[in-house]
Design a protein around this ligand. Structure first.
Ligand SMILES: [Zn+2]
Length: 91
């Protein structure tokens, strides 16, 4: 079981901070469903810079683009292509 003073690592900047000084981050944007879930953490400065816009479909889009499975440049190219197609379809 964790304790408030246990160190956690900010997923944005890599700094280590006490859990009690960090903010929980759920990549699906759902910080309220807690059962059987392990949260990631952001330090307070990074949390303040986090966009609070809805991110419906973002995880699926990242996965479709090959996040974590293809080299970064290929992933970025695929993601940007997919994003441009989405934008074009809405116009
Ligand atoms: Zn940070």
């Amino acid at each position: 079981m964790w304790a408030d003073h246990d160190p956690v690592t900010c997923i944005a900047c890599g700094d280590t901070t006490a859990r009690s000084d960090a903010r929980e981050y759920d990549k699906h944007g759902d910080r309220w469903t807690r059962t059987d879930k392990e949260f990631e953490y952001l330090c307070k400065p990074c949390f303040r810079r986090l966009t609070k816009h809805a991110r419906d479909g973002l995880e699926a889009a990242l996965d479709d683009a090959g996040a974590g499975r293809v080299p970064d440049d290929e992933f970025l190219a695929r993601f940007l292509d997919a994003t441009r197609e989405d934008t074009a379809e809405r116009e």
